[in-house]
Design a protein around this ligand. Structure first.
Ligand code: PYC
Length: 319
């Protein structure tokens, strides 16, 4: 049997998103965070086929979009990449809103979306840019030291911004595209070492995004430049919406960024998200959380239909 999946591709600051508009049935029961495992079990191979070679590439982030039954919400979205499901995706949400606007399904104004890790709000501005009010973000641990064989000693913060991040202020190597292979291997080695040492996010969850940051390497007018390595070893071409949210949580916790103050986060490719936060609250364990928002813009790049044969099933799988 050949499956047909309608898709729209976009890029947000250079980072691509492939939104699947049909072909993945919405699980009938439970909440969206429970659908996660169900979709992975029943359709993981199809999602993997939709973003990986030969139809996609390692850097492509996918999104399954289900329109909402009621007008109060713009629908549900579940993001994934070359190796599995993501919690939230900031650049992908900006791409989703630009895509739905392109299809005439939504217009300027505020829209609510459900994701497996919580509700997010997106504001489509008249000029086509999009602000995403992300899920609550927080710093879980400050100044976590790790010795990485062959690379040296690193100190970073563990923070949540819709995915788990280990964020390091990194001055040793320039955060520049000409260094992308070196930065990729360094981040991968850090991730392996964190795992080996049992350094995790809350509840023992693996830290699967590594973010290197440098104020020195940012262009004038921007606050910092980052390099973010995603779970499937692809680096984010955008400043990473969830990574910027996690960074805002750390800046807020250190008291170096005030509520409402703009933070211009540049990516390794030079694209920029403008981030801000509003104070959130304090969890039972004393952790302070913020409400981050990220503004950027996306460009629709292609509209089409993927044809995937069930006979290919064995070729695609996630770990
Ligand atoms: O923008 O949040 C993001 C993101 C996550 C993975 C790739 N981009």
């Amino acid at each position: 049997m050949s499956r047909r999946l309608r898709f729209v591709d976009s890029h947000t600051g250079g980072e691509p998103t492939r939104l699947l508009l049909d072909g993945i049935p919405k699980p009938g029961v439970g909440e969206i965070r429970e659908w996660y495992l169900e979709v992975r079990r029943t359709h993981g191979w199809l999602l993997a086929a939709a973003v990986n070679e030969p139809r996609g590439s390692d850097i492509l982030v996918g999104g399954v979009y289900w329109p909402a039954a009621d007008a109060a919400s713009a629908g549900e979205v579940m993001f994934f990449n070359n190796v599995g499901l993501l919690g939230m995706c900031g650049h992908g949400t900006i791409g989703l809103v630009a895509t739905l606007a392109h299809l005439g399904r939504l217009g300027p104004g505020r829209h609510t979306l459900q994701t497996p890790v919580g509700e997010v709000r997106a504001l489509l501005h008249d000029d086509g840019s999009v602000s995403v009010e992300n899920v609550p973000a927080f710093r879980h641990r400050k100044d976590v030291a790790v010795d990485v064989p062959g690379y040296g000693h690193f100190v970073g913060d563990v923070a949540w911004g819709g995915n788990w991040f280990y964020i390091v202020e990194h001055a040793q190597d320039r955060i520049d595209l000409s260094n992308r292979d070196l930065l990729t291997e360094l981040c991968w080695a850090i991730r392996i070492e964190l795992r080996a040492r049992g350094i995790t996010g809350r509840g023992g969850t693996e830290i699967d995004h590594i973010e290197l940051s440098s104020a020195r390497d940012a262009a004038p007018g921007n606050d910092a430049r980052n390099f973010v390595l995603c779970p499937g070893k692809a680096y984010d071409r955008s400043p990473c919406g969830t990574g910027t949210s996690a960074r805002l949580a750390c800046l807020a916790a250190d008291g170096v960024l005030a509520p409402g103050q703009a933070w211009r986060q540049e990516s390794v490719t030079g694209s920029v998200f403008e981030g801000r936060f509003e104070p959130g609250g304090i969890d039972d364990d004393g952790t302070a959380w913020i409400r981050p928002s990220i503004t950027g813009r996306a460009q629709v790049t292609a509209v089409g239909e993927l044809l995937i044969d069930d006979a290919e099933l064995a070729a695609y799988h996630w770990e």
